[in-house]
Design a protein around this ligand. Structure first.
Ligand code: ADP
Length: 361
């Protein structure tokens, strides 16, 4: 069953289309994420699901119930949707227990107390009932905000950039923590973020958005290895596009020689294509003998970034195009060094060139 279904949803701000014809389904217990650059319409879509924006076309359903359409909009408080905001929005003058119990304050004292205890255990902050928000770290406040949103057992939880105010290094870890908590409580959730590491750490399924339109709704693995278009390929993960030309069925000629991969159906021999090369597709060859034996290419090191466990190199090819390479930190080269590399591609991504006639991008 689907907890959340969006059918051809559009949202306008006067004449501006912020969300354009979006169709998604979030299954019961699934953790989903909307990912995209700033201004692509993620928050607008989240707000439309919460009931704070009207949809101009299409419909939003929770289970079988239509909660939004152009003709009808259920008020936010009747939607049984929980929300976690960017700034947590905890009440500073209320204790942690009263913050968590806010959405169930009409229940009996005993029930409230029991639920608060349960939730503090869930977020691993047992015994914090009497403290106040300012006595907690950012990460702890985050977990309290989550507990508060979960207290009334919402059918769906929405999270709006929940880690945006945290340190960059912490965000991925927090996203993993939140994932574990939500899975334990068997919650269905939809998060909005512009950060792919957060999305990858938290979500079972991710929707990539661009200019109000959903580009792909898929697992993180598929977004990375089988992106549907160049925008997704560029936005998710690192990589460089090199130019190629279809030579025969599923064979493309590039500056790195002939490569094999699945060529889009619309590309006949002679068709220009873009080939996405991920940094992990490039193996820098250390040993000269190995270099003579296998099929390798020469490149010039144009830039080098030390990332602790590895180096991230930008390599210039003979035709002036560039690719990226990840190498273990003992494989140290300086800018200007000549290196040899081989291509070891498990999932070669070939997209119809943006410059090709009739291209959809
Ligand atoms: P995101 O969350 O992906 O950063 P938003 O949903 O906030 O994107 O915004 C999508 C687009 O709609 C942006 O171009 C933004 O400027 C515009 N927008 C957002 N809110 C309003 C509003 N209240 N009135 C008019 N335009 C808005």
């Amino acid at each position: 069953m689907n907890t959340l279904s969006l059918e051809n949803v559009s949202v306008h701000y006067e004449n501006y289309i912020a969300v354009n014809n979006v169709q998604i389904q979030v299954k019961d217990g699934q953790l989903a994420c909307l990912l995209g650059p700033s201004g692509c319409g993620k928050t607008t879509l989240l707000r439309a699901i919460a009931g704070f924006e009207k949809v101009s076309a299409g419909s939003i359903k929770i289970g079988a119930e239509v909660i939004s359409s152009s003709k009808h909009s259920l008020p936010p408080e009747k939607r049984k949707i929980g929300m976690v905001f960017q700034d947590f929005a905890l009440f500073p003058h209320l204790s942690i227990a009263r913050n968590i119990a806010f959405g169930i304050r009409h229940q009996s004292r005993n029930k409230q107390k029991q639920r608060v205890k349960e939730l503090l255990e869930l977020v691993d902050l047992q015994g914090y009932e009497k403290r106040y928000p300012h006595e907690l770290s950012g990460g702890q406040q985050q977990r309290i905000a989550l507990a508060r949103a979960l207290a009334p057992r919402p059918k769906l939880l929405l999270l709006d950039e929940p880690f945006a105010s945290q340190d960059v290094e912490l965000r991925e870890m927090l996203a993993r923590e939140v994932r574990l908590i939500l899975k334990k409580e068997q919650v269905t959730a939809l998060m909005v973020t512009h950060d792919q590491h957060e999305a990858f750490a938290m979500a079972d399924v991710i929707g990539v958005m661009k200019q109000g339109m959903l580009q792909q709704w898929d697992t993180a693995y598929h977004l990375y290895h089988v992106p549907r278009n160049q925008f997704v390929a560029d936005f998710v993960g690192e990589g460089a596009i090199i130019k190629g030309e279809v030579r025969a069925e599923n064979i493309v000629t590039t500056a790195l020689g002939d490569v094999q991969g699945s060529v889009p159906d619309s590309c006949a021999p002679g068709c220009p294509v873009d080939v996405l090369i991920r940094p992990d597709d490039i193996q820098l060859v250390e040993d000269e003998n190995q270099a003579c034996a296998g099929e390798t290419s020469e490149a010039l090191v144009l830039a080098q970034v030390f990332r602790g466990a590895n180096f991230f190199y930008t390599l210039g090819l003979q035709d002036n195009s560039q690719v990226y390479a990840l190498a273990p930190s003992h494989q140290k080269y300086a800018v200007g060094d000549k290196v040899r590399f081989s291509l070891d591609v498990k999932h070669l991504i070939i997209l119809k060139s943006e410059k090709a006639a009739g291209s959809e991008w």
